[in-house]
Every structure is written in C-alpha cells, then in structure tokens.
Design a binder for this molecule. Structure first.
Ligand code: URA
Length: 233
C-alpha cells in the first residue's frame, strides 16, 4: 500500500496531509526517513512524528453453513479440508468463532473481529446454541427429561438444556436441543449418556441468529442488525 494511503488508513490524517508530513521528514519507515511514493510492505514499521502507526482493520462478519467433512481450524496437519476452503473469495484473514466437529454441519460465524470472537466463546457467557440431532432409536419423553435436568458426560454434569422432540420412531428420532455450554462433542456425549447415538448433527442457531435459508456450503454477510445483536450479548 502507498505510504500516504497507509497513513490515512491509520486514522492519522488525509492522504494530502500525509504527503506534507512525508515531505517535512516527519515520517519514517523502519527508522529511515521515508520517500513520498514508498510502497509499504508486510512487516514495515511506519512512524509519524515518532509514533508507530497501523492501519485500522476493516472488520468483517459472515455466517457460513458448514457441511460435514470440514474442520473448523484454519489449517490441518492431516491435510483435511477446512472451512476456509469454502470461502476462497474472502481475501481478509478470517477465522471461525468456536468450533463444530468434522461431522457436524450448520451455522458458523466467520470473522476477523478478535474481540467479538473472544467474547462469544467465553465460558462465562450463557449464549444458547440450537442443534437438531438425528439419533438412533425411539427417543422418549423421559430421555428428554434427563437431558433437560443435566446428565453426566464423563466427570461433568451438563447445565439444564431445552429439548423439543421433533419426530419419534422405533429406528431413529429427531430432537432439537438448546445448550449454553460448549464442551468438546457435548451434544453427542449428552445423547450417548441417555443411550441414543447421534447419527447426524446440525447447528441451526446461535442465540437468536439463524442461517436464513443458507444452503449447505454457502455463506453470507451478516446484517448490521445481526452484528449489533452479537455485540450486545
Ligand atoms: N456438540 C457436538 O457434539 N458436536 C458439535 O460439533 C457441536 C456441539
């Protein structure tokens, strides 16, 4: 990026004023007085009147409908596909907020807003996440009652959950579950604890945010209202 643009993007002054400051010798790059047409490179340290400056980052927010078969880290030692492979047009460095298992599909927030990501994944925030699980066997009301009260998932008793049975049959059942925690493989372990293996799992909402008809594998920009809602949480 041109030096005058870099200075303007850092909120110091306009590009024209930046040119004046460069001309007056008030701007240095890596400790050396800078020239007007200089192209700033990654790793350059730019100072104006002795203070280091950095361009303000444009914060971006997306909702991705993650398919099964993708991991939610930004790179993988085993060479598996990551959620970033689904967003090749996004040039900024973004990353997923929280995680979904390789075999889980559904809603994922992708952003470069580190503060928001940190806040949303804090264990002290009770943000409800909604999942729809396809489980093995006939899921009964008494199973739902156990999940509502909390179950032991191996040395940890889960907080109360909200459960809605969407479909029951002898072979498989469909259950909506809302939890405010995010222990590793928590939903699968909760259903295991009541004797129903999860066959398919999809996250359908984060707090009040929904995907709104996003096809699996697609993503969309979050609306200003959605971003404001997340920041208020
Ligand atoms: N619970 C799980 O078991 N898996 C997920 O991916 C998310 C929640």
């Amino acid at each position: 990026m041109r030096l005058n643009k870099y200075i303007a993007h850092s909120g110091v002054c306009s590009r024209r004023k930046a040119d004046q400051l460069i001309g007056q010798g008030q701007v240095t790059v890596n400790g050396q007085k800078a020239e007007c047409g200089y192209d700033v490179k990654d790793g350059d340290e730019v100072s104006v009147a002795g203070r280091i400056i950095r361009p303000e980052k444009r914060l971006i927010y997306y909702i991705l409908n993650k398919p099964e078969g993708y991991i939610t880290s930004v790179d993988d030692e085993q060479g598996r596909q990551t959620v970033l492979d689904l967003m090749p047009d996004i040039r900024e460095r973004i990353y997923p907020v929280g995680r979904l298992d390789y075999n889980t599909s559904g809603m994922l927030i992708m952003t470069n807003d580190g503060d928001l990501a940190y806040k949303l994944t804090s264990p002290h925030k009770d943000i409800f996440k909604t999942y729809v699980a396809e489980v093995a066997g006939l899921f009964l009301y008494r199973d739902a009652e156990k999940l509502r009260r909390g179950v032991d998932i191996g040395g940890y008793v889960t907080k109360p959950a909200e459960i809605d049975i969407l479909r029951q049959s002898e072979s498989t059942s469909r259950v909506e579950i809302r939890i405010s925690e995010g222990k590793k493989r928590q939903v699968r372990r909760m259903f295991d604890a009541v004797g129903h293996r999860v066959l398919k799992l999809e996250r359908t909402a984060i707090g009040d945010l929904k995907m709104a008809h996003l096809r699996v594998g697609n993503y969309r920009k979050m609306t200003a209202n959605e971003i404001a809602y997340l920041k208020r949480l």
